[in-house]
Write a protein that binds this ligand. Structure first.
Ligand code: TYM
Length: 387
């Protein structure tokens, strides 16, 4: 029995990331992978150095092949069931970093269908408006329009369907049920949906057949999808997609990941200064009950949610992060000070983000959309090779 649970739709309890490695059967990023990263990226990426992206499937193969002149493309995504919080953009920012370093294409899937089927009380209009809003948030992070393809599942289903049915007929109901924990109450859309999330792991080969691999950066909750996608890839004549898995930016409250269903646990990209201030001042820290005790005993940054925000996003400098850690432990910095500084960093980040988002026009968005970038007839012709 585990006292935590991680599925693509829910994360419960205090996640033991090392145990998750053996439960999911993935590999920890080791010296060999770090060495390959140094060669490919010229450094160990920020998120890997901090242990935030920490496990993988076949990342070593992808990087080694890249060094041998065989390129890979990237695939990541977002489920538009609400406003985006800071946690959601971590895998997306990491993907952007990789895209810029290796100069490759990115397929960005926005799963309007998944969220419509999973959240049975949400309307199509709500999903559509979050789809548009979330795409604008993602694009505000600054993606190369020539190399980035945004897929909205509902809008682009005709581009995906032939791939999806080739996937679907190779996956049994009992496999999906066991992998995702579906029950007799699960609607049949969710059962088929698995094959839609698999499609961008193969679509890139139709955009350019020079690609040898597909690499998927995502938090580790999405791994069950990749396990099944990998199982059937070779049967369809494609390489198995590879993954690099991240941890969750924690909730501002004592445990768990940030959650859209509990707004006070998360910092949203759309939050104003007042909300940021309120949520951070109210956040769970590793501090002592009083300033006097804090000075005497020191705090515990390892369990502190405020410290986690510095570590994940808001302190780029490793040395300064370490100093903050030490100062907390020795009681030379108090929680109030740490919180105030975080409030101003988060507000500055969000203000810039919101300005960038505001500046994105409808035609800017359209320029990224799959149907404006790929010729439908040519794709359908190419799909004839699918068995
Ligand atoms: P979604 O919208 O739940 O999450 C979007 C991305 O954010 C990751 N994530 C987090 N990362 C850090 N901290 C958190 N607290 C946190 N919460 C979520 C997710 O792992 C994901 O990478 N079904 C997917 C959409 C999707 C997708 C993909 C995601 C389709 N294809 C390919 C990644 C890669 C979903 O609903 O993601």
């Amino acid at each position: 029995m585990t006292e935590f649970e991680v599925t693509p739709w829910e994360v419960k309890g205090e996640v033991d990331y090392n145990r998750l490695i053996s439960i999911f059967g993935v590999k920890k990023i080791d010296e060999k992978v770090l060495d390959l990263m140094r060669k490919v990226f010229g450094e160990i990426p920020f998120y890997v150095r901090r242990g935030i992206f920490y496990s993988h499937r076949d990342l070593d193969v992808v990087l080694q092949d890249y060094l041998n002149g065989l390129p890979f493309y990237l695939y990541t995504g977002r489920g538009p069931s609400g406003p985006m919080h800071l946690g959601h953009i971590i895998p997306i920012m990491f993907t952007k970093y990789i895209q810029e370093k290796v100069d490759t294409i990115l397929l960005l899937q926005v799963t309007s269908d998944e969220k419509y089927m999973y959240h049975e009380t949400m309307t199509k209009e709500q999903i559509k408006s979050y789809t548009i809003d979330n795409i604008r948030d993602i694009l505000a992070l600054g993606f190369d329009v020539e190399k980035t393809y945004v897929i909205d599942d509902i809008r682009h289903i005709n581009y995906l369907y032939q791939l999806a049915i080739s996937v679907a007929r190779r996956i049994t109901y009992s496999t999906v049920r066991a992998t995702f924990g579906f029950t007799g109450d699960t609607n049949i859309g969710m059962i088929f949906y698995m094959s839609i999330q698999a499609t961008p792991a193969f679509l890139g080969y139709f955009i350019d057949n020079k690609f040898k691999h597909c690499l998927i950066p995502a938090a580790i909750d999405q791994d069950p999808f990749w396990r099944l996608t990998r199982d059937i890839a070779n049967k369809l004549g494609f390489p198995k997609p590879s993954q690099i898995h991240g941890k969750f930016l924690p909730s501002l409250k004592a445990s768990g990941k940030m959650s859209t269903s509990q707004p006070e646990t998360a910092l949203y990209l759309s939050d104003d200064k007042k909300a940021v201030r309120r949520k951070i001042l109210d956040a769970f820290t590793g501090g002592q009950a009083t300033a006097k005790l804090q000075r005497e005993l020191g705090g515990n940054p390892d369990i502190c949610t405020v410290y986690a925000y510095y570590k994940y996003i808001f302190e780029e400098d490793d040395k300064k992060l370490m100093e903050r850690y030490e100062k907390c432990k020795s009681g030379t910095i108090l929680c109030g000070e740490c919180k105030q500084e975080l409030i101003s960093r988060v507000c500055a980040f969000l203000q810039k983000h919101q300005e960038n988002k505001e500046a994105i026009t409808e035609s800017d968005v359209e320029a990224y959309m799959l149907d404006n970038k790929l010729k439908f007839e040519e794709l359908i012709k190419a799909y004839e090779m699918l068995r």
